[in-house]
Design a protein around this ligand. Structure first.
Ligand SMILES: [Zn+2]
Length: 105
């Protein structure tokens, strides 16, 4: 197999779990529990959760990749748009307080 990303963290390698059966099961649970998108990125959000977003990106904390409390329901558009960005850089429909962005406006 090629293409499976491995993250180096805390002195060990963490294979990206997002193509495993365990991930799909956990993702489906998150989508059931949080059926509306929790990211709500302005202009692109389709509202309906179809996947799970990692609150702390996997690239930062691969040890939390399969931790329920680090996951939230998200639509594909928001999840793709966010990628590995920290939450603070997002402009969302439900959160009109991005003072950091004003500095660069
Ligand atoms: Zn969304």
């Amino acid at each position: 197999m090629t293409g499976r990303r491995v993250y180096r963290y805390a002195g060990r390698d963490w294979p990206d779990p997002r193509n495993t059966r365990a991930w799909r099961t956990l993702r489906d649970q998150v989508v059931l529990e949080e059926p509306t998108c929790q990211l709500r990125i302005a202009g692109i959000c389709t509202i309906v959760s179809t996947t799970a977003d990692h609150i702390v990106p996997v690239v930062q904390r691969p040890d939390l990749a399969m931790t329920r409390t680090n996951l939230r329901g998200a639509c594909r558009a928001c999840n793709d748009a966010r990628r590995d960005l920290p939450d603070g850089t997002l402009v969302t429909d439900r959160d009109h307080r991005p003072p950091a962005l004003d500095l660069f406006g």
